[in-house]
Design a protein around this ligand. Structure first.
Ligand SMILES: [Zn+2]
Length: 79
């Protein structure tokens, strides 16, 4: 039985996460980053990926996840 999480890094395609970060921020409609409450760090490339992208919530496809990562979040990565 596969019971691992379904983490998939949109940056490098890695499937191993090494930490989950929960943050609480005040939501600012002009800053999509502020709405992210959970980030997952990729073991392979060490990027911090929003959990909804890394685990592809709401039926997000791998392709859509990658696109959203690149368009919205990647340039704002803190590292
Ligand atoms: Zn990665």
């Amino acid at each position: 039985m596969e019971k691992e999480n379904n983490f998939l890094c949109p940056e490098c395609g890695g499937d191993k996460a090494y930490s989950v970060m929960e943050v609480s921020t005040v939501y600012d409609p002009d800053d999509p980053i502020s709405g992210i409450l959970e980030w997952i760090s990729c073991e392979q490339c060490q990027n911090d990926i929003p959990a909804h992208i890394a685990e592809r919530w709401n039926g997000l496809t791998t392709e859509q996840a990658r696109q959203e990562w690149q368009d919205v979040y990647r340039t704002k990565s803190k590292r």
